[in-house]
Design a protein around this ligand. Structure first.
Ligand code: ZN
Ligand code: ZN
Length: 577
């Protein structure tokens, strides 16, 4: 259903269902207004049973219990203040994205109610592609014509010239917005994005019993046609240093067992494509896992618990989960370090099981967007595979799955298949209704045809491929040191994190009073997590350590080494073997 909000920002149409909390739809409205300085305590709502109410008193009530109906108009009034960003995070009334599946890896750490900085930055740019004067131009130096005027960031010809399959997310949003809200002076704004939802609605507007007791043309999900997604949420994955990959691969090198890791980093501008975004990977954290030669398993309850903790600490270092990475490597047995090439265009790139795993992770890391009617759209979580390329070299490939893949998985419509390039479509049951599903492809005469996707279809239709690389311009990574101190959860290869290792790594530089080297050694993700786990530093001392080690703030050095916590740590190291 739609609830309309009228304020001095105009009219906003918010899509919701009757079980949603008022706080949740208020969040969506705040995102759409794009106003950051609304004083949440001051919001009043007129139009609920004819009275004027304070919003903060009804955030935990459902739309249904407030007696709101489809199309209702609420008049919203508020005051502005200076420090709202902080309040939004602290406010206990407001919750967001409660309905995201949490059965895989739960969204951890503080939820992002606000769009990421990178999205706010790119939103302000027009992304126009400048062109030089061409030989067809018939005007003077200051003139401009159809051959030299700037192109839209989503320009199809430009894309074709550069041979790219995908435009960037922000180019895509700008294109949709251009068509949806053309010169919409005054008329009501329509959010250009909508997260596809293939689940059958639990409350049909016609009022009949929910599925499987009833279904009608209003609530029956319509047929789905799968197409390759023409945009990507993230364009490129950049590993800040090659030693990250090297050290990650050491687990496989020394045991022959496959391994899995979470990528921590940031999202930044990627100027190779108009309005592009890159995921910049600063560190890799391997959760507890049972590694085997042909794959691995994880106890997700343990992983979730540990990740929750690592996320909070990573956040304090200015990092968030940007994706995951895993190996699929088998030595070719030639004694020259080459590996089998298993993944190529005639086999598969990501298996159907991996596509489903990626979709679950993406659902757990929603991309907050004010341009979406739900307040979020798809995800910026990336999936990287390390496997053999056509030359038998160890190589990285980076992917995401499409917004349609997320919706198929969320509605429980597909299952992995023993044939890795195919996904099976599930049968309709009392729990789910599976409509007709088609996919389009070119036949041998190069004509686009629609194929029925049942019982199975190629998972390539759900994949989006990304480029990857290492920084070219010598950007300084957040962490100076990747190796030297053991990574967490690597007992399999005989690595463990303990006082002995800590002393070996840190004590020589502590007693030599070489502060530059000390700072460099402290700037190590895994070391920092380990020091935190010892609980010797108090919270303030920990933040001083992070300031020095991650942000390079040298004014923190003296404060750290004179702090009681640090001095206790040094004494423990001194006395340990
Ligand atoms: Zn011209
Ligand atoms: Zn119905």
């Amino acid at each position: 259903m739609i609830i309309r909000f009228r304020s001095n920002q105009g009219i906003h149409r918010i899509e919701c269902n009757s079980d949603e909390l008022f706080g949740e739809i208020l969040e969506k409205w705040i995102l759409q207004t794009n106003k950051e300085n609304i004083d949440l305590d001051s919001i009043t709502i007129n139009g609920i049973s004819g009275t004027n109410r304070e919003a903060k008193c009804i955030t935990n009530q459902s739309i249904k219990s407030l007696g709101l109906n489809h199309g209702d108009m609420l008049i919203i009034d508020y005051k502005e203040n200076q420090a709202t960003a902080k309040k939004l995070e602290e406010s206990s009334h407001l919750t967001i994205n409660k309905n995201i599946e949490t059965n895989y890896v739960a969204p951890t750490g503080p939820l992002h109610v606000k769009e990421l900085e990178i999205d706010i930055e790119l939103d302000k740019l027009d992304g126009l592609i400048k062109r030089k004067r061409s030989s067809l131009c018939r005007h003077g130096d200051k003139g401009m014509c159809e051959y030299c005027s700037p192109l839209h960031p989503w320009d199809k010809e430009y894309q074709k010239e550069r041979n790219t399959k995908h435009i960037s997310f922000h180019a895509y949003v700008k294109e949709l917005n251009h068509h949806t809200n053309k010169r919409s002076n005054g008329s009501s704004y329509i959010p250009p994005l909508s997260q596809p939802n293939f689940s059958i609605s639990e409350k049909c507007p016609s009022g009949h019993e929910p599925w499987p007791a009833g279904i009608c043309s209003k609530c029956q999900p319509s047929a789905i046609t799968l197409q390759q997604q023409n945009f990507r949420m993230v364009d490129h994955v950049e590993f800040q240093q090659s030693s990250l990959i090297d050290e990650f691969l050491n687990s496989w090198r020394s045991t022959g067992m496959q391994t899995f890791g979470i990528l921590y980093g940031t999202y930044q501008r990627f100027d190779n494509t108009p309005l592009g975004i890159k995921a910049v990977v600063e560190s890799i954290w391997q959760p507890p896992q049972h590694n085997e030669e042909d794959g691995l398993t994880m106890d997700m309850n343990i992983v979730k618990e540990e990740l929750k903790h690592v996320d909070i600490l990573a956040n304090q270092m200015g990092l968030l989960q940007v994706g995951m990475i895993f190996t699929d490597l088998t030595d070719a047995g030639k004694g020259d370090g080459t590996v089998y090439c298993k993944r190529h265009k005639d086999s598969f790139f990501l298996s159907s099981l991996e596509v489903i795993m990626s979709a679950r992770h993406q659902l757990n890391h929603p991309n907050i967007s004010k341009y979406s009617e739900q307040g979020y759209f798809s995800s910026k979580f990336v999936t990287c595979v390390i496997s053999g390329n056509m030359k038998g070299e160890i190589d990285i490939s980076a992917y995401q799955v499409s917004a349609y893949a997320e919706a198929l998985v969320r509605a429980d419509m597909i299952t992995g298949c023993t044939h890795p390039s195919l996904a099976y479509i599930n049968e309709t049951t009392s729990q789910r209704y599976v409509p007709e599903i088609f996919y389009t492809k070119k036949n041998k005469y190069n004509i686009t045809i629609k194929e029925n996707a049942k019982p199975a279809f190629p998972v390539d239709y759900l994949l989006v491929s990304l480029t990857h690389g290492f920084p070219k311009d010598g950007t300084k990574p957040k962490f100076s040191t990747v190796t030297g101190f053991p990574w967490a959860n690597r007992q399999l290869i005989g690595d463990s994190q303990d006082y002995h290792e800590l002393k070996k790594y840190l004590y020589p530089v502590i007693i030599s009073n070489n502060y530059d080297e000390l700072q460099e050694k402290l700037s190590n993700f895994h070391l920092l997590l380990y020091i935190n786990s010892l609980q010797i530093l108090d919270h303030e001392e920990w933040l001083i350590l992070v300031g020095l080690a991650v942000n390079g703030d040298q004014s923190m050095l003296l404060r750290l080494i004179t702090s009681p916590g640090w001095q206790t740590l040094v004494i423990i190291l001194q006395e340990s073997m």
